[in-house]
Each structure stands twice: as C-alpha cells, then as structure tokens.
Design a protein around this ligand. Structure first.
Ligand code: NOJ
Ligand code: CA
Length: 661
C-alpha cells in the first residue's frame, strides 16, 4: 500500500515536472498534437489525436562516433512558425498542393560535457506530423559521424502493418500484412491499419546526403535503423546539416493516406528554374521481349536493340501518339556477366547494329524521342566517370530521358545501394541530368522520398516489384493484391515506373509466368499506379487490333486533381483523376483475388456538363486465374447525378474515360 502510494506520488511529481517543461504544437485543424519534452536528460515526443494515443513517448537523439548525443539534454529555446501556402507542380496527381502546418523548433542543449546543441523541428499538418534534426555548426560538432539514430515510433497497439523486409534487394518485395510485433526489420514506407478510424503510414521525406531509414522494432515500438557504410558508420555529416524528415501520415480512412501530400510538402521547392523541357510522356520500348527471354540485351542472333527493331518501335510510337521509345541493350557492356562486371559498360558507344545518331534523328523527325538506357550493373563509379560525356552526347542527339539501372545491391567499393554513398550517387545523377535537360527514370533506385518536388526531372523510380516479375518469376509473379497495396506504401514517395499494359500473357520461354490480373486490371493500372510517364510495356505486335489499346493511347498522365472514392489497404483501390487542364475525368479501380461491386456516384463532375463515359470492364466470367482476357467496353451518357455500378472480377479491374462535351 505504502509502496503504491509512493509510486503514485512519484508519478504525479514526474508528470507535473514534465508538464511544466513540455511544449506542444497542434495541427491547423487542432486535431493532432505533438508534445515534446525532456526527462532525465532524454528528449522525447508523443503524438495524440484528441484523446487518442497515436505515438506514445518515443526517444530522440543520436549515438555519434565520439559518444552519446541523447541523454544529457535540457530544453533550450523554442520557436514557432506557421505556414499556409499553395504551390503548383509541373506534373503530378494534383496541379496545386496546399502546404499548411504549424511548426515548433526545439533546441536541445547538452547540460555538461561538450555542451553541444541539437535542434529538432516538428511540423503538425492536418494529415500527419513530421520532424527532422538540424545540426548547427559549433565547436564540438563540426563534421561528425552518426553511429546510430535513436528515433523511435512507439505504437500504442499492435497495428497491422504492410511492409517489405528491410534487406530486400532493390525493394522488389511483396508487401505483406502482419501485426507489427510479428515483423522482422522493415523498409519504409510502411502502412498501418490501427483501427476502423485510424490508418497511418511511416516514411521518410527528403532523403538527401543521408542513409536510408529502415525500421527495426521491439514489440510494437519501431526504431530507425540506418543503412550503414561498409565500416559501420551510418551517416557522415559534413555540409548537409539536416536529417531527412521522419513523417507519420495519419488518416481516418485508408483513402486519406493516398491523398496526403506531406511527402511532397516536406521537400524543398523546385530547383530547376525553367521546367519547360520536363515533359514526361507515355512510351513503348525494346524491353518486354527481353524480359520474356525472346530477345537479348547482348549481341547475337536475337539482339533486340537493332536499327530495324528500333525503327519499328518508333513508327509504332508515332502512329499511336507515344512520345518515347525505350531502347535497352544498345550500348557495349552486355556481353558477359554484366551484373557482376558492370565496369565494362560504356555509355556512349553503340553496338554496330544500332545506329545511335541516325535513330535519334529518325525518332525526332517523327515527334518521338529515344529513351536511352544506362544499366550500370551497380558499378556506380564507372557510371559517374562517364556521366557528363554520356549526357552531353544524349542531349546533343535530342534524347531527353535516361532510364538508369543498378542490378547489383553493392556499389563502388562494396558500399550498399541504400547507404549514404548510394544516396549521394543517385542525387548526383539527377542533378547532372538536369544540367543536360534530361529526365531520369531510375530502376533499382533509392526509396523515393518526395524529392521529385525539388527535381521534377526525376519522373519515375522503380524500387518496387514491377510488372517485369510477371515475365521472369516462376514462383507466380506479383499477387493480384499487389497493386492494391503499392499506392499505400511505395507510392507515397513518388511516381512508380511499374510498366503496365501487358495484353499477351503467353510466355513459352519462361513457362508458368504471366500477370496475375485480368486484362481490365492491366488498363486500370494506368490510373491506380501514379506515374507521369507510363509505359505500354508489351511488345507492340500484341497491341495491334486490340480495342482495349485505345484506352492506353488516350489515357493522360498528368492530373489536375485526384480523388479516392473507395480504398482498403491490400484489398481494392478506386481512383478518380481529372485530366490536367481539361474537364475530362478518368477512373481506375483494381481488386485483389475477391470479386467486388462498387457503386460510384459521379458527383465530382462539373455541374451542368454532360460526359460520354467509356467503360472498360471485366467481361462475363472473367477471372484472373482461368479467364483473364474477357472485357466489355460500353459507352453511356452521364452527368454528376449518375451513379455507376461497377463489377470487378477476381483479380480484376475497371478503367473509365469520362469525356466532357
Ligand atoms: C532491371 C530493370 O528493372 C529492368 O527494367 C531492366 O530491363 C533490366 N534490369 C536490365 O537492365
Ligand atoms: Ca528491377
């Protein structure tokens, strides 16, 4: 009894003391509150939504090369700031983005010893909270090494988490759902289903000159686990004096997570002064036939990147309104074990059967641009050595996009792709490309963190299990629910070069492989998966005489506004997107292996305008396992009072054009 009383008194004293020292910042709508405090030298934060605990007290700080920087703090000065601005982006899911937050900057001051200080900046938005560290230059904290970031996210309950394992090569893993406590180490973004009115995602934003954030956990408490350099250093801090943002997106519905623009808002404004050359476009390419092992990247009888093949693809692109043709396997370096000996790649010398200059001209004359492919085999230093020359050459030829690739999880000197070395490399590529007016599509890249706001020439990244797995994965390819979870996880960081649009599922070379979706689902991917420059990934002959191809020809890739009428993590997603600069709308919906019916009120359409709806939907008896191809295309007149009833087959989808007249 006495002991209990003592404990109760202790608790009261501690909480009174801490209440006196704690500082708070709330979201503009007042719903979310972050509290920051220091107890016994240790700094912590906590997030509440009204009375509901979102993140329990969680520590902040670091272990540095020369010792702890985490348990000797007192709170120093606190400054506040609020911002409500709307900015526009050259391409994106919305033309205008509102950036509205309250900020609290807390100085943590070491009480003794080095007496160094560390700033933590919190931003509370209506759709979540974020924070980052800043390291003011000072005696005792010049250039330094981070051995560990102690940041945690203590979840009050054992939420269901959607994630991929931390060391999955290139992030090309299948997202799975388990309680947090049952997970191994994870890569972000992770999506959380907490309860019927609480959905979350945890991710990093603006990953610049730092190493990637993975998450380990003890029970339901997640902890930042930074990808190390080879010698064990996690981050070497020099001129960049801020960490990436640690962002917690919070919504009442699953759809709220998809509509959050926090990741973009936490990145710096565009650094490219004149973005008029940043013009993403749909593309076709000499590619899927290699994935199906019909053609080769290397020289030989089945070499894909020949002048004749490229001309066919360019002609097709010009005929069907595609702005780009990707050509893989055009340059020297593919003839051996290229994933191992990437330093053999030459990025300016074409194979003898590929007329680099002639084809670039041939394309340009037809209003098409070649997308140059630069596979590095992970030999990133070899790439850096040639980058300026290669980009100068491409620019002079009118090539306006480069697809990069890194098939080897180790970079120069054995450093990991997602280490600080790798992150610096990926950024160097984007910035160098911008100087030569080149757009970048990055395969096997960093986990996107919203930097496309700052560098809109980064028009796409893979960093997920793309469609290609359906060509080579004998274990079954991507499960039908894959596209129902990608937007909630990987998609939060930036556009996905998923390469949709496979029409012919037949593959003799790698038996047992094929998309695990219906054909209508393949069309819906153009809307559900966001990219400003989608590919029509199949071999062009598979599109001839296919009525459904019209949808791919006509679907835009730049949007005015995005809505999400229906969504459940890993089960189904229905998007409605308004075409940029017009009154036309496009709807895309996908489901997992469960057939589903949706009722879709078109009340978002403009009042007084009538639309022609063209609905591409699963035909009778369509089923992704047994009967993937049947599709019905129906036309009807609609307006904002119409309610569409949509049926999606198992593994199915629906894609709709709403054309204003
Ligand atoms: C993997 C990439 O994801 C794929 O698109 C490319 O074709 C191969 N690497 C070869 O570079
Ligand atoms: Ca890949």
């Amino acid at each position: 009894m006495k002991r209990t009383l003592f404990l109760v008194l202790m608790f009261l004293v501690v909480s009174l003391l801490s209440v006196a020292k704690d500082v708070k910042v709330s979201s503009p709508d007042g719903a979310l509150t972050v509290t920051i405090g220091v107890d016994g030298g240790k700094a912590w934060y906590q997030v509440m939504r009204g009375q509901e605990r979102i993140i329990d007290r969680s520590p902040l700080g670091f272990v540095l090369g020369d010792g702890d920087f985490k348990d000797n703090f007192k709170m120093g000065k606190v400054t506040r700031l609020s911002l409500d601005e709307t900015w526009s982006q050259p391409w994106g899911e919305d033309a205008q983005v509102r950036n509205h937050y309250n900020e609290l900057r807390v100085r943590l001051q070491e009480r003794n010893g080095h007496k160094r200080c560390l700033d933590v900046v919190f931003r509370a938005f209506d759709d979540g909270v974020a924070f980052r560290y800043e390291y003011p230059r000072q005696p005792g904290l010049q250039d330094f090494v981070i051995m560990d970031e102690v940041t945690q996210f203590a979840l009050p309950t054992d939420a269901q988490a959607w994630s991929i394992p931390a060391l999955q090569a290139y992030y090309e893993g299948i997202y799975t759902r388990e309680p947090v406590s049952k997970k191994g180490n994870m890569s972000g973004p992770i999506a959380l289903e907490v309860n019927d009115s609480l959905y979350m995602a945890i991710m990093e934003a603006n990953l610049t000159d730092y190493s990637t954030m993975n998450l380990s956990h003890e029970g339901t408490t997640l902890k930042v686990d930074l990808v190390p350099w080879k010698n064990g250093d996690r981050v070497r801090v020099g001129d960049t004096r801020v960490s990436p943002w640690r962002a917690i997106i919070i919504g009442r519905k699953a759809a709220d997570i998809l509509l959050s623009r926090m990741a973009l808002n936490l990145n710096d404004p565009c650094k490219i002064e004149d973005t008029s050359w940043v013009k993403p476009t749909k593309y076709v390419g000499i590619w899927w036939a290699m994935q199906k092992q019909l053609w080769t990247w290397a020289q030989g009888d089945r070499h894909g990147a020949t002048t004749a093949n490229a001309k066919r693809y360019i002609d097709f692109a010009a005929r069907h309104g595609f702005g780009g043709v990707l050509v893989e396997g055009w340059n020297y370096g593919w003839d051996g074990d290229w994933g191992r000996y990437g330093d053999k790649f030459n990025f300016t010398q074409a194979y003898p059967d590929y007329d680099l200059k002639g084809l670039a001209n041939y394309a340009r004359e037809r209003g098409v641009r070649i997308i140059a492919h630069n596979e590095t085999g992970g030999a990133a230093q070899n790439y850096e050595n040639q980058m300026e020359d290669a980009y100068r050459l491409y620019h002079s030829l009118g090539i306006n996009t480069v697809k990069t690739g890194y098939v080897n999880p180790h970079f120069y000197n054995g450093e990991l792709q997602h280490s600080q070395w790798g992150i610096r490399h990926f950024r160097k590529v984007i910035e160098t490309a911008a100087r030569y007016q080149l757009m970048i599509v990055n395969h096997e890249g960093a986990m996107p963190s919203g930097i496309q706001r700052t560098w809109p020439n980064l028009i796409g990244t893979e960093s997920m299990r793309g469609q290609e797995w359906n060509a080579f994965d004998r274990a079954g390819g991507n499960p039908p629910y894959h596209e129902c979870i990608l937007p909630f996880t990987r998609g939060l960081g930036g556009p996905m070069d998923f390469t949709p649009g496979i029409f012919n599922y037949h593959n003799d070379s790698v038996p047992g492989t094929r998309p695990q979706t219906t054909l209508a689902h393949q069309l819906a991917e153009y809307i559900v998966i966001y990219s400003p420059g989608h590919m029509a990934a199949d071999q062009i002959e598979n599109y001839e005489h296919q009525p459904a191809f019209k949808f791919i020809e006509e679907v835009p890739t730049n949007w005015e506004r995005t809505l999400v009428p229906h969504a459940a993590m890993g089960k189904y997603v229905v998007y409605a997107r308004q075409e940029r600069g017009t009154d036309n709308w496009y709807i895309g919906g996908v489901t997992d292996d469960q057939p589903r019916d949706f009722s879709l009120p078109l009340d978002f359409l403009t009042d007084g305008t009538r639309y022609q709806a063209i609905v591409y939907e699963d035909g009778p008896d369509a089923d992704y396992r047994t009967n993937p191809y049947p599709m019905t295309i129906r036309r009807l007149e609609v307006d904002r009072s119409t309610v569409l009833n949509l049926h999606l087959a198992s593994g199915g989808g629906v894609a709709i054009q709403l054309l204003a007249h």
